[in-house]
Write a protein that binds this ligand. Structure first.
Ligand SMILES: C[S@@+](CC[C@H](N)C(=O)[O-])C[C@H]1O[C@@H](n2cnc3c(N)ncnc32)[C@H](O)[C@@H]1O
Length: 193
């Protein structure tokens, strides 16, 4: 489901409010992720975040976008779900792909927000920006019972105006610094330690 784009949304990415399922997701896995009995509805509350251009000189993602808190976010609070295309095919070139689920048979499911997604795709990694992350990825079932990867605040509150920063995990950066790395692997995805 797509909706009105938030300010500073890039023109080459489609804005989505709910996950889209790629044809590579087998029906049995799709049924596990989104039980058929459930209907999806849009949340009426806007997430407490805003997309901004990063302008700080020593920020390693200067010139790119980042996601910032629009109000104080208490500790251990749900901030936003990471919405994108749920898929089971390989996305070795995506910098917006994270692991969602691995089935008992070993099928890996990812959420890729490189072409479609929501504000969460703009969350940067804390390295070179802050001493530690102030948010983390953790899966949850939303109100419709759908399995999602969500972004939560950490042990401390996030102050209004602060950048939301997670750890992408060492695997994400190792895969991008090593020319010999096997990039089509779970460890190359966002949030993989
Ligand atoms: C999921 S995107 C984050 C949003 C991105 N800044 C944008 O404007 O689309 C991941 C990419 O952001 C950049 N990035 C995020 N955190 C970074 C960091 N701590 N240092 C350097 N680059 C970072 C890298 O280019 C990385 O591949």
């Amino acid at each position: 489901m797509s909706s009105a784009e938030p300010p500073r949304w890039p023109s080459d990415v489609q804005y989505l409010c709910t996950q889209r399922y790629h044809s590579s997701v087998p029906n049995n896995i799709r049924d596990h992720l989104l039980p058929k009995s459930q209907t999806r509805s849009l949340s009426s509350t806007a997430p407490p975040v805003s997309i901004k251009q990063v302008t700080t000189d020593n920020h390693p993602a200067k010139g790119q976008r980042g996601l910032f808190a629009t109000r104080k976010i208490p500790p251990r609070t749900h901030i936003i779900d990471y919405v994108g295309e749920v898929h089971c095919d390989e996305r070795p070139n995506s910098d917006y792909d994270l692991s969602l689920y691995r089935s008992p048979e070993g099928v890996s499911v990812g959420v890729d927000a490189s072409r479609v997604g929501n504000e969460a795709r703009f969350i940067n990694d804390y390295r070179g920006v802050a001493l530690k992350p102030n948010a983390l990825f953790e899966e949850r079932r939303n109100a419709a019972g759908e399995l999602c990867m969500a972004v939560w605040s950490g042990k401390e509150e996030v102050r209004k105006g602060q950048e939301i920063l997670v750890s992408y995990g060492k695997g994400f950066w190792q895969a991008r610094s090593s020319s010999t790395a096997e990039s089509a692997c779970d460890a190359c995805k966002l949030g993989s330690e």
